[in-house]
Design a protein around this ligand. Structure first.
Ligand code: HEM
Length: 412
């Protein structure tokens, strides 16, 4: 709990009415679902020791994603976390994720056509073939870590193909992307900042080199077209070009790697549901959707309140940082029957699942992620139907932004 003058005076920290609790990162990391469940029943919004406040209920999260009084954070978050300049800071200063209004539209629009559902659907046969080839690679081994050998590689190969990056670079750019995404986790300490900064710098240098190569030798690929369009329109700065590509690499790899691992693990933990999907492949999209609901790989979206916002009598003051907790919303008993039960046959999933956010910032890679997850699961069902867990269920660490996962040991 807080409420001291010193704390409430910090930027982004609301001054709460008496009794509203402030959650610590430690308790949320230890048991995110349990902690949110306890408080969601009593309060629509509670304090968060780093993020200002957390909105807990499904209806409020959905509404505030589209509420003009609630905006992207621009550079507020890195400034609050002691990162006021540098190349890590640049990702917030020049990226679409943290931008608002016309600036956001300008940064996002070069990608909207390429990532539109219809265009992305054309990649399905290639993603299916890649997933099957990966399964055939590890199938002869007795036991494998499915994350390293499979679920990380499907999105990494796909984003490499879309952006025209060499497959040999996958270990490099994925390592840097996973490292940089930790900046959003709330668990890094001031002493971690130099390492995060070095990773952000290396990832941006990697993209700059790729762009220089494309300028020197254009090809028939996304990167060449993006570069030509961005330069012809002249409305993206050189830094913006680099940072949008960095955000694509981060968004396109880490999120789906974690989701792919978790959906396999959840189905293996519920063998009757694994068997149902194996017998009836038409259940694959529902299995993907329910896995994303039950253990989302992205736990929240960060925002700032431009005006005071009243949620059932609790007022979030203007200027507060707000965490819209999709993790909490997706287990809200008011929105989902038996919310803590994993059930691929549930009928109450909304068409626009909050896992991919909402409003202007709704995930640009949603269609791609769904295809990768569906095809990844389909290839497992067809080629490794007897797959089983050989170790414990993987633990998803983190309660905000991109969550982190350990190994997933399986045998075919
Ligand atoms: C299971 C996989 C994924 C999940 C759960 C996910 C989730 C999200 C969420 C919740 C947001 C909104 C964040 C906010 O409002 O602050 C978002 C935005 C974004 N995502 Fe994803 N994502 C996934 C896959 C992908 C993929 C495959 C890509 C790229 C190909 C991608 C690229 C992006 C980008 C660039 C944004 C920023 C959009 C904007 O600000 O306009 N994501 N994602």
């Amino acid at each position: 709990m807080d409420g001291t003058d010193e704390t409430t005076q910090r930027a982004g920290m609301p001054r709460w009415p008496d009794g509203v609790p402030t959650l610590t990162v430690a308790e949320l990391e230890a048991d995110p679902h349990g902690t949110f469940r306890t408080w969601r029943r009593q309060w629509p919004v509670v304090g968060h020791e780093v993020a200002g406040c957390v909105v807990l209920r499904a209806g409020d999260v959905d509404r505030l994603m589209r509420d003009p009084r609630v905006q992207a954070t621009e550079t507020l978050y890195p400034e609050m976390r002691g990162i006021p300049v540098g190349r890590l800071f640049d990702i917030f200063a020049h990226g679409m994720l943290t931008a608002n209004g016309a600036v956001h539209r300008r940064r996002r629009s070069p990608f909207t056509r390429t990532f539109a559902a219809r265009m992305i659907e054309g990649l399905r046969p290639r993603i299916r073939a890649a997933a099957e080839s990966l399964v055939r690679d590890w199938l002869p081994d007795r036991e494998v870590d499915l994350v390293a050998r499979y679920t990380a590689l499907i999105p990494a190969q796909t984003i490499a193909d879309i952006l025209g990056l060499p497959h040999d670079d996958i270990p490099l750019f994925t390592r840097l992307a996973y490292e940089v995404s930790r900046v959003l986790s709330f668990t890094f300490e001031p002493e971690d900042i130099p390492g995060l900064e070095a990773a952000a710098s290396a990832l941006q240098d990697y993209v700059v080199t790729g762009l220089e190569l494309r300028r020197a030798a254009p090809r028939d690929d996304f990167l060449t077209r993006f570069l030509a369009e961005a330069e012809a329109a002249g409305d993206l700065t050189a830094e913006e070009v680099v940072v949008q590509l960095v955000q694509m690499i981060i968004g396109g790899t880490d999120t789906t790697r974690v989701a792919g691992a978790m959906q396999a693990a959840l189905l293996l933990q519920h063998p009757e549901q694994w068997a149902a999907v194996r017998c009836e492949p038409g259940l694959i999209p529902a299995a993907v959707a329910e896995s994303l609901r039950y253990e989302p790989s992205v736990g929240s979206a960060g925002r700032v309140a431009r005006e005071a916002i009243d949620l059932d009598g609790i007022v979030i003051p203007a200027g507060s940082m707000i965490m819209l907790s999709t993790l909490s919303a997706l287990r809200d008993e008011a929105a989902f029957r038996d919310a803590d039960t994993f059930d691929i046959r549930r009928a109450d999933l909304p068409r626009l699942q909050p896992i991919f956010g909402g409003g202007a910032h709704r995930c640009i890679g949603e269609a791609l992620a769904r295809i990768e997850l569906e095809e990844g699961l389909g290839a497992l069902m067809r080629l490794a139907p007897g797959l089983r867990l050989t170790g414990a269920m993987p633990v998803l660490h983190g309660h905000a932004c991109i969550r982190r996962i350990g190994p997933l040991q399986v045998a075919a």
